[in-house]
Design a protein around this ligand. Structure first.
Ligand code: TRP
Length: 501
């Protein structure tokens, strides 16, 4: 009897409700064609892969179509040294035509052949499964529970796959970003990265890290200060528009698994490579510090922050790009050594890579005392704006002034939504027809209305510390769960605990 008929009979006998999906419109039997023709998602499909090992035993792997198998794991679990895809004559022996394999008769095949069945854990997460029914142009759709009825009791469930990057349609990509808390955030942070985070949280699965462990590398003895700074950064993120319903905001030290990743990553980076990192070198020079080991290695901790989630996008300031490069190297080296586990992350710099400070000299930074904070009240804001540095060569309001590189106009460009007003001010400034005071007063008004909703939100959470804490506790819990799964996989791939597992 041909296999397809056998399957239909079995489905009926077991009283399984099923659907036969018409895929005859597809050009070929390849999954890619089936997906594009039927509009199904890769994550809804499951393939039955059949291998043969060196003892001529069959190893059958059930994996979701948006995943790739980790060959090493398959070999380990099936005690095989070499594994090859079966040839057509093998398939025939098992009762299948080329490319028309079905999991629905695996129990019966197991009685007749030496056959190991490995089921990827991700299959367990499926509600229903679209798989082969051994008939050209058709697929079988059954509930996951019924699939397990069909394959019998003799199988092993294990983590044997990694994401197939090319087949991630419909699955949200992951963003991870964060700040080493050094106090309240300023408008430079907003245009540099906060704005991106807020925009992208709808489209991506977003994790926002409060990097308190990183802060210890700067001043380990100042725990109180660090905690205060963390809280400020936390509130500023919420105030800027991070929605705790959409994004996961978490405390770095609340996910100790990160430090486990970090320990292994430290073994993968040479001392010379760590010292060569431009972000590290620049910061040491700029801050004039005698760096701790923790400081020199902070990019490696950051790699752990990022890779543990398999984040593919990391919104950061421009100065952090060499740190992302380090994370990519670690990911690549690990993948080369142990199989594809990590996604290679990309840095994403905001629309303004480096916002000048109110002094017009340095990049805006809290320690540079040239920052406008997101939490500044109107009065403070006014003082800061009215004493801003402008064109030093312009002594009187009738002197022709320079707009280019002038911090007052840079801020107008970035924060004043009244484009006409900005155009007019620039014209008059260039012609010596406007005073600094008017330019600054208009800037104050623009910034004040930009900051107003941010201050409001901050106040909301400041006056509801229990609600704020709940957000952080829940976020840390969610982040930790996501990371734990990845750490297990990481250690399994490396086999670190092989002797005691
Ligand atoms: N080092 C980053 C900074 O100083 C903060 C940070 C820590 C971070 N871990 C991260 C940023 C992971 C992005 C991703 O701003």
């Amino acid at each position: 009897m041909i296999t397809y008929q056998k399957i239909v009979e079995k489905l009926k006998k077991l009283g399984i409700s099923y659907q036969e999906i018409d895929q005859t419109a597809a050009k070929s039997r390849s999954i890619d064609d089936l997906v594009s023709v039927t509009g199904m998602k890769y994550s809804e499909g499951m393939s039955t892969l059949i291998f043969r090992n060196e003892y001529n035993q069959y190893v059958v792997v059930l994996r979701r179509d948006d995943r790739n198998v980790i060959n090493k794991e398959i070999k380990r679990l099936s005690n095989s040294k070499s594994l090859n895809f079966v040839e057509d004559k093998d398939l025939e022996r098992l009762g299948f035509e080329q490319g028309l394999v079905s999991p629905a008769i695996l129990d019966e095949l197991q009685e007749r052949f030496s056959l190991t069945i490995l089921v990827d854990r991700k299959v367990e997460e499926m509600q229903s499964v679209i798989c082969g029914i051994a008939k050209d142009g058709y697929a079988l759709k059954v509930s996951k529970m019924d699939l397990f009825k069909l394959i019998g009791d003799n199988y092993v469930i294990a983590d044997i796959t990694v994401a197939n990057e090319k087949r991630q349609t419909g699955v949200k990509k992951i963003i991870l970003t964060g700040d080493t808390p050094s106090g309240k955030l300023h408008i430079g942070h907003f245009v540099g990265t906060l704005e991106n985070r807020v925009k992208m949280q709808d489209e991506y699965e977003t994790y926002i890290l409060l990097a308190n462990v990183h802060a210890y590398a700067n001043y380990y003895e100042k725990s109180e200060v660090i905690n205060q700074n963390v809280y400020d950064v936390f509130l500023d993120n919420l105030a800027a528009g991070i929605d705790p319903e959409k994004s996961t905001i978490y405390l770095e030290s609340g996910v100790p698994e990160t430090l486990e990743f970090y320990s292994y990553f430290l073994t993968m980076v040479t001392h010379a490579r760590a010292m060569r990192n431009p972000s590290v070198k620049d910061e040491i020079r700029y801050k004039g510090i005698d760096p701790t080991l923790g400081f020199v290695c902070y990019p490696i901790l950051q790699a752990a922050d990022i890779l543990q989630f398999n984040a593919s996008v990391v919104p950061v300031g421009e100065d952090q790009l060499p740190v992302i490069e380090q994370a990519r190297e670690i990911a690549r080296d690990f993948n080369n050594a142990y199989g594809n586990l990590f996604t290679l992350p990309e840095g994403l710099v905001g629309r303004v890579a480096r916002l000048v400070g109110t002094d017009g000299k340095e990049k805006m930074s809290k320690s540079g005392h040239n920052a406008i904070l997101l939490s500044d009240d109107s009065e403070t804001l006014k003082k800061k704006v009215m004493s801003m540095y402008t064109d030093p060569n312009r002594l009187k309001s009738t002197d022709k002034g320079s707009v280019k590189g002038n911090p007052v106009f840079i801020y107008h460009d970035n924060f004043n939504r009244d484009v006409e007003e900005v155009k007019d001010l620039k014209e008059r400034y260039k012609n010596g027809a406007v005073g600094d005071v008017e330019v600054k007063e208009k800037l104050f008004k623009a910034l004040d209305s930009f900051l107003e909703p941010i201050r409001e939100k901050r106040k909301y959470y400041e006056s509801r510390p229990d609600e704020a804490k709940e957000i952080l506790v829940a976020g840390t819990d969610r982040a930790r769960k996501a990371v734990q799964t990845n750490l297990v996989r990481f250690k399994q791939l490396m086999g670190v605990n092989k002797l005691i597992d």
